[in-house]
Design a protein around this ligand. Structure first.
Ligand SMILES: [Ca+2]
Ligand SMILES: [Ca+2]
Ligand SMILES: [Ca+2]
Ligand SMILES: [Ca+2]
Length: 682
């Protein structure tokens, strides 16, 4: 026999509101999803009074129980890994008062207030007058306080949704038992899954007084990264109790930074050292993206027992130079056990627009590195250590991070980069060297932010040296940990290699003038080009080796010699790269010598000028093979004559077929060359 049914699927938020409005913010501290049958049926047990065959049953079939075409399968989030069902229809026409109790798994609600129970349920009943569904709560497992459920639900109407119930009796109780109770006779069924106990979350990061507690992210394995959920400062405000800040990169009224959308966090120290930074996590709207200031948070950590007792500890605006990968803030904090800290995070304001959006907070405990493990590593400077005006040391420096071991023992520790007039000496603390400059000590191996603009460090030639520190103290607490503000007594330090660094001023352009020596024939191959070069770093440093030459011949010398006549080009550059290159074209001419080699005693051509015929007379000191060439003004050989071997020649030259003009008559005698000009005129 089947109970009459006029079921309608009624998934109406009305009934959720009748029972309890879900809290906007909540912290879940106890859950039950009935995942394992043997565990679930051991922890949760059926009891009560029933003459029929049914009992509270564990099942992982969401569709089982009372069947009706309009009744949906059980939709609890984890229904398919197991839930509890009481099938009243299968129980028959028998009155029942049945209980399901967490007999062997009471909940610990110590320290919890405002406790609520949330569970997912499907419920449908038949008898309007005689049915009662209840939730009971007990702190001794015997006496239960009861609340009625589904009070306004009509008969034959299925209810399916998440339900929240206030359990005031559970507040601050170390053991809490729950009991689902159904009194009825031949109803349909009740399904229960996904229980949670929760407390309302009263934290609000907008105010110091309601700062979100991050203590749970401390105390994990060193270097295991803990990441919070997403925070969003878009609607955050500035409070009158927010303190003044003057350690970030903004310059607001009165020289103070600009508080824009302050968020507050708090935690209790445990003696560990922590790296804390804001991160993009899986934020869909990462802070600053819309403002063009990617990730641009600002961070200031305070020690203090309350918001009216704040002492600044560590401050940072930008963790990474040049905003790569973004402009996030990050700090390294050595905590004191039991000390409460507050963390203020604000958005950077640029041109009146503050960075807004989402971020997570990443907290990683740092391993403790004692002084005995400290180590300074090597590094390279690009461009031979020459830094152009307006550039930054960070542009040319690359350190081998793996070689550096930075102690974490404080109060001051980390790595700095010193710029000194002479190389530093191992074992000698450089803080007292006159004229020494440094970046502040930092906890990471990163290049220093030292611009070459003559503002802090004058132009000139220096040495760059990394210095690793552990266990130092600041001499003046109000001044950043520059090398000259550190007392290393009782700590340790390690001096790295000193590498030349030249901070160049604005340079004159390169210039060059040439002196040319023409090729002289004979014997030729004796032309030369001599350069005078100026400007650039060579002029500033008085060092001619700063000029680099590249000739079209492949030569890289300043001057060329042994040249034949022709066109030569040279590119001149500055070794520093801080001025532009120049390009010169140089012509080497040719000169014909009138002097004869020693082996020639006489060499005559007459008449000269000649009309058509001239007589050549040649006397040599010793016999030789002689060849004669006539060369026109274009350098073309127009006639060649082998005269044989002798020491005395007379030769008629027939020149009638050649046009008027100036010619050169060359005589090759052995390896000697003599030549005369011959003019043809008619
Ligand atoms: Ca389940
Ligand atoms: Ca605020
Ligand atoms: Ca920043
Ligand atoms: Ca700001």
């Amino acid at each position: 026999m089947t109970a009459p049914v006029s079921a309608r699927i009624l998934l109406c938020s009305l009934f959720v509101m009748l029972l309890a409005a879900p809290a906007a913010y909540a912290q879940v501290f106890w859950t039950e999803d009935f995942a394992d049958e043997s565990t679930a049926t051991s922890n949760w047990q059926h009891d009560g009074n029933n003459a029929g065959p049914s009992f509270w049953t564990w099942t992982d079939d969401p569709a089982t129980g009372f069947q009706d075409p309009d009744l949906p399968v059980f939709a609890a989030p984890t229904a398919s890994n197991g839930y509890f069902l009481f099938n009243s229809e299968a129980n028959g026409q028998t009155p029942h008062d049945v209980w399901l109790t967490n007999v062997n798994r009471p909940a610990d609600c110590s320290g919890k207030t405002g406790v609520k129970l949330r569970f997912y349920t499907q419920y449908i009943y038949f008898n309007p007058a005689g049915t009662l569904a209840q939730i009971g709560v007990s702190t001794d497992g015997a006496d239960f306080t009861w609340q009625n459920l589904f009070s306004n639900l009509p008969a034959n109407m299925p209810f399916q949704d998440s339900v929240e119930i206030d359990l005031n009796e559970a507040d601050n109780q170390p053991q809490v038992w729950l009991r689902f109770r159904w009194i009825g006779n031949y109803e349909y069924h009740w399904k229960i899954d996904d229980l949670a106990l929760l407390t309302p979350d009263t934290t609000n990061p907008d105010f110091c007084e309601t700062a979100v507690d991050l203590t749970q992210y401390l105390g994990h394995t060193p270097d295991s990264v803990q990441t919070t959920g997403i925070f969003d400062n878009t609607s955050a405000t500035v409070s009158v109790t927010d303190p003044e800040v003057a350690c970030w990169g903004e310059v607001g009224p009165g020289g103070l930074d600009i508080l824009n959308n302050t968020l507050w966090f708090t935690f209790v120290g445990d003696g560990g050292s922590y790296d804390i930074q804001t991160v993009p996590c899986n934020a869909a709207n990462y802070i600053g993206s819309a403002q063009g200031n990617l990730g641009d948070t600002q961070m200031l950590a305070f020690a203090g027992d309350s918001c009216t007792d704040l002492t600044e500890i560590v401050c940072n605006d930008d963790l990474f130079n040049f905003g790569i990968p973004d402009w996030r803030a990050g700090i390294s904090l050595e905590t004191t056990p039991g000390q409460r800290y507050y963390l203020l995070i604000d958005g950077f304001e640029s041109q009146g627009i503050a960075a807004t959006g989402e971020f997570c907070i990443q907290i990683a405990q740092q391993a403790v590195i004692p002084c005995s493990e400290g180590q300074v590593g090597s590094f390279d400077v690009a461009n031979n250590g020459f830094l152009c005006v307006g550039e930054n040391v960070a542009n040319i420096l690359s350190a081998d991070v793996a070689e550096y071991v930075l102690p974490t023992v404080g109060p001051e520790h980390g790595l700095t980069w010193c710029i000194s007039p002479a190389p530093l000496t191992a074992g000698t603390w450089p803080g007292s060297i006159p004229g020494i400059f440094s970046a502040p000590f930092a906890p990471d191996v990163a290049p220093p932010d030292l611009p070459n603009d003559n503002s802090v460090i004058p132009y000139g030639s220096y040495y760059l040296t990394p210095v690793v520190l552990g266990g130092g103290t600041r001499i003046n607490a109000g001044v950043q940990p520059f090398i000259f503000n550190i007392d290393p007594t009782g700590g340790c330090f390690f001096i790295g290699q000193s590498v030349p660094l030249v901070l160049l001023p604005p340079l004159n352009p390169l210039s060059a003038s040439t002196q040319v020596v023409n090729e002289v024939l004979p014997p030729g191959n004796n032309g030369a080009i001599l350069l005078q070069t100026g400007g650039g770093s060579g002029q500033y440093l008085g060092d001619m080796s700063q000029y680099l030459y590249q000739w079209n011949t492949g030569a890289t010398t300043k001057d060329l010699s042994g040249l034949t006549s022709g066109t030569y080009t040279v590119t001149i550059s500055d070794r520093s790269g801080c001025t532009g290159t120049i390009f010169l074209t140089v012509m080497v001419g040719q000169t014909v010598s009138t002097g004869d080699p020693e082996s020639v005693q006489t060499f005559d051509i007459r008449p000269n000028p000649a009309n058509a015929v001239a007589r050549l007379s040649l006397e040599l000191k010793a016999p030789a093979e002689v060849r004669m060439e006539v060369v026109n003004a274009l350098g073309q050989v127009v006639e060649t004559l082998d005269l044989g071997k002798s020491d005395r020649f007379v030769q008629e030259l027939h020149l009638g077929q050649f046009p008027e003009g100036t010619y050169v008559v060359r005589i090759f005698a052995g390896n000697m060359l003599a030549q005369r000009r011959l003019v043809l005129a008619r």
